[in-house]
Design a protein around this ligand. Sequence first.
Ligand code: SF4
Ligand code: SF4
Length: 173
Amino acid sequence: MSLLGKRLSLGASRHEVALPDRDDDAGHESRPFWRRKTLRQMTEAEWESLCDGCGKCCLNKLQDEDTGALAFTNVACDLLDPDTCRCGDYVHRWDHVPDCVKLLPTMVHRLAWLPSTCAYRLLAEGHDLPDWHPLVTGEPDSVHRAGVSVRGRVIPEREAGDLEDHVVDWEDL
Ligand code: SF4
Ligand code: SF4
């Protein structure tokens, strides 16, 4: 097993919750932006607000060199705050973690390791947001209450040792 591109970041929402600006294009349309727009049509604030703050994309992942099979571990990037599940130094993250990847709309279809609960993956596959998503509930903590964030389930890289000892098969991956 080899280490796979393990880091992913989005924008301000990985650091703090960013609510989208008022949508002047909405007109009389009452549906929320994520049902009306494609990922590429969204404003930056809308795009970033899609991140539910689960923290699962900040976990280390392994890939079998022969089969290509992916495996998640419960080992988080050292910069991830295990309680808030958000980046501990988002603005300067690349100073600490040069391989942290910024997710773009053009990348969503190509990243097989986006978790099944990830809003970007769900929308790209034609699904709606889950009822626990902060944009639906209006409460940032709803992702934690639903038990789909990494809160309470991860250890930092600096304490982990061999990643192969930490492979997990969570239902929400
Ligand atoms: S997996 Fe998706 S929803 Fe969860 S923190 Fe990463 S980008 Fe955000
Ligand atoms: S630096 Fe680490 S914690 Fe911060 S967004 Fe990137 S992977 Fe996540």
